[in-house]
Ligand binder design. Sequence first.
Ligand code: SF4
Length: 322
Amino acid sequence: MNLLPPIPDQPDLPRDPTVWDQWIRQRRPEFNALRGRLDHSSASNSLIESETNERGESVSTLTVFLVNRECPWHCLMCDLWQHTTLRPGPPGSIPRQISTSLRSHLGHEARHLKLYNAGSFFDAGAISVSDYPTIAEMCQPFTRVVVESHPRLIGPRTEQFRDLLPATTQLEVAMGLETVHPDILPRLNKGMTLEDFHLAAQRLQQMGARIRAFVLVKPPLITDDSMALDWACRSLDFAWEVGVDVVSLIPTRMGNGSMEELSRRGLFSPPSWSTVETAFEYGLSARKGLVLMDLWNLDPIRGSTEVRLQYARLDARNRAQK
Ligand code: SF4
């Protein structure tokens, strides 16, 4: 029997999906300074980090944060739109961004490449299909390329891109599973069911692609940390059941307007570090696949001593996988 408390009543939050979508968009802070500066001529950032692979090796990984139009979905917790433009970029702009980033890391020894576009790589309105051959060619020095996609966009374009990749470059697709909570997932406004995710995972497996899933630790509308931990563990279990290779745990954060409003109403608070670490512990000890903790919320340089220690501890566990 599940003795965990139910999600809170939300009598004055819209139930109609169209009105809910508007509610989320209306709470966005004004066009922020970063977004105002973005254009399609260069990636917003690129960096080299090391990430543990399935054999426990530390692999140098270049991540390029591409600038393109905003994702067509507007998820309740998503703040990635701040790194996008209002209009699509012209064909050729994404290969140019990648090429400039590669040049700026000349002499790097990265073996994996992440092309993250704050949306879906297979959204043809964001990344032109006519650019796939050039992008695929640029992946040649890398043994793996990781792209992000909404599960409902896994299909013929994914296959088309996979077919263009050199035989020595494996495709990995990262998809937001977010949570398996049956009441919360529809409220995230992601336009996705667990069946959609399962189907996308099956298709990717048939294509020989690896799968990465993003799982939220304490999604909005779960206000109790023990309930949040329970659903994070259930979400990890589901990910493994459907064949996910890597789970990235994301402590849900503030910053997109909606989350601040939910927080004011007592319907969201970030997870405690004990919840985050216990969910991580559950994932690591199951040993069913790689589990990585997202450390974006922790600033190892400007943070307090406590934050720096937390960062160092979690980073060490990401590397050691134990
Ligand atoms: S699908 Fe992904 S990028 Fe798009 S709004 Fe949702 S979380 Fe953000």
